[in-house]
Write a protein that binds this ligand. Sequence first.
Ligand code: HEM
Length: 311
Amino acid sequence: MSPTYSEYLRLEELLKLQTGVKGGKRSISNDELHFILVHQNFELWFKLIINELRSTRDILASDYVEETKLPQAVHHMNRVIETFNLMAQQWKVMETLEPQDFLNFRDELGTASGFESFQMREMEALMGKKWIDGKPAGKDDSNEKSLYEVTCDWLERTPIQGSTSASPDDENQVNGFISEYLAAHKKLYPDTHQDAVTFFEEDSSLRRRRAGLVFIESYRELPLLAWPRKLISTLIELEESMILWRSAHARMVERMIGRRIGTGGSSGVDYLDMTTKYRVFIDLWSVRSVLIKKEALPPLQNPDFYEFKGE
Ligand code: HEM
């Protein structure tokens, strides 16, 4: 038999959950009901985001990611991006709570804080290691592989000038490409050339990964690189949308509690502003400082490799 709308959505149970602490006898004001509902809304969106991030991660986790799977990964991430964009707007609803009215029930929260949102930490762990000023910030606290890790593995396998990491001559090919690229870079940007040299001056795995990234960004119009390039811009957009959401939270908090410390015991707004400096996809951001214009690029070798191939 077909369920009713409210049976399917389990609405009766859902709508009973806005009472504050379970079994609490306190009556909840309009303002506090609003406060609880806004938080619960966010946590529901977090659940969606975690699910989509995990699906994206699973697609990229395989040793060989088929071209046809990339659009699906992009699709999952687009859903996350739109959700972050929507959530960034949702702080406006929170801001209809007047700072003074918040004080009426703030003490009831005790030390409870968004700080303790386990779904937030799960989202962060799924995204990957946080970096600040080029150094790891905090530990990797997850047993699962993160989106960052699987993206690194995937980038490292990028065919460079038609050479794959399985080709016997791969190291020479990659080094050849990097040398030519750096020579072109030096001519164009002698003042900042050292940044580009440093970018590639790494152990072989990180070096190949960065060369792969530069290759995809540089020859982005090749048919076989179209989806990889789209995937990279979607990853950047994903992180950007998360940062903008964090920044909007910080501004809402500043408006609500000024420079007070948080219920979770952090410095409050200063702490939140610091979290907007984290980057996860750190290479994807920093590669932008070492790109060169198309006409100066090393000539493409093995162009056939990057055409679509029919059966
Ligand atoms: C009156 C409204 C709010 C105020 C004043 C506020 C304030 C704060 C403060 C000061 C912190 C820093 C940690 C601490 O010391 O407590 C924090 C963290 C956090 N808040 Fe809020 N918040 C509000 C609403 C929300 C809402 C609606 C959400 C949605 C779930 C939320 C999610 C979070 C999360 C996830 C963190 C942890 C951020 C991180 O560590 O990266 N906050 N909040």
